[in-house]
Ligand binder design. Structure first.
Ligand SMILES: NC(=O)c1ccc[n+]([C@@H]2O[C@H](COP(=O)([O-])OP(=O)(O)OC[C@H]3O[C@@H](n4cnc5c(N)ncnc54)[C@H](OP(=O)(O)O)[C@@H]3O)[C@@H](O)[C@H]2O)c1
Length: 233
């Protein structure tokens, strides 16, 4: 089986790549920065030499980026079994004062990338009548929080997309899993001074996702909500 993970060069996406490799999956890792992807590929290869890993750089917030990724997959003659819509960007801000363009950037990266990439991958999964699609939403998909309005709007939208997709695909054999993490160590938190144990590790999210792959075809984990043991910040 082969999994395509977007935003796989860092943070949660990188942890998912490691966890899925641990389950024996081959991988296609995508982000904009080839150098970072090459590092992750090497890390995994050192641990799991038998895994096949392709890396591809594309800006999937743009329709052209998604098209170039699809062309690459066709060249490789690869059929995806698992899609992880993880790439995302976080910009603080309130509706009344956020800079023009911030909402659009987050909608393009956090929501439309998942929507349009899923539409491209779906025909393959529908033909196979199997597969899984993970959408990395957030606890910001559930509640508004101070100074995070535009991000919340994009993540509410992604969660809405994920729920609609689940409903549409119930009869198709394809599992749709919404993942809603709270605060998790990644570059998004760089410079924030907090004790290590105050927020989650990226591997916590990845471990839960990998566990869902072990279920029988008749069961799906529809939602995974994870929060720091000490609660939201
Ligand atoms: N960390 C948290 O506390 C937290 C909590 C809840 C949900 N999440 C969600 O989890 C996901 C991963 O977050 P993270 O914290 O791990 O972020 P991160 O460390 O900043 O990593 C983001 C990843 O997405 C890639 N990316 C960003 N824009 C892209 C684009 N336009 N096209 C392709 N790749 C792109 C980045 O690589 P390049 O920059 O090289 O493209 C990187 O690989 C996001 O959807 C985020 O909203 C995070």
């Amino acid at each position: 089986m082969i999994a395509l993970i977007t935003g796989a060069s860092k943070g949660i996406g990188r942890a998912i790549a490691h966890s899925f490799a641990g389950e024996g999956l081959d991988l296609i890792l995508v982000s904009r920065t080839m150098r970072d992807l090459a590092i992750v590929k090497q890390e995994i290869k050192n641990l799991q030499p038998g895994i096949t890993i392709h890396i591809y750089s594309a800006d999937i917030s743009k329709r052209e980026g998604i098209q170039s990724l699809m062309t690459y997959l066709r060249t490789l003659k690869i059929e995806i079994d698992i899609l992880v819509n993880n790439a995302g960007v976080f910009i603080q801000g309130e509706i009344k004062s956020s800079s023009s363009g911030n909402l659009e950037k987050m909608m393009d990266t956090n929501m439309y990338s998942a929507y349009y990439l899923t539409r491209e991958i779906l025909p393959t999964l529908l033909a196979k009548k199997s597969g899984s699609i993970f959408n990395i939403c957030s606890i910001a998909s559930l509640d508004a929080y101070p100074n995070g309005s535009d991000y919340c709007i994009s993540k509410f939208a992604l969660y809405g997309f994920s729920k609609c997709l689940r409903e549409e695909l119930k009869d198709s054999g394809i599992k749709v899993i919404s993942v809603l993490p709270g605060a998790t160590w990644s570059d998004s938190w760089s410079g924030v001074e907090l004790p290590e144990e105050r927020i989650m590790q990226a591997s916590d999210i990845a471990t839960m996702m990998a566990a869902t792959l072990r279920l029988s075809p008749s069961a799906v984990v529809e939602e995974i909500v994870l929060r720091p043991q000490l609660g939201d910040l």
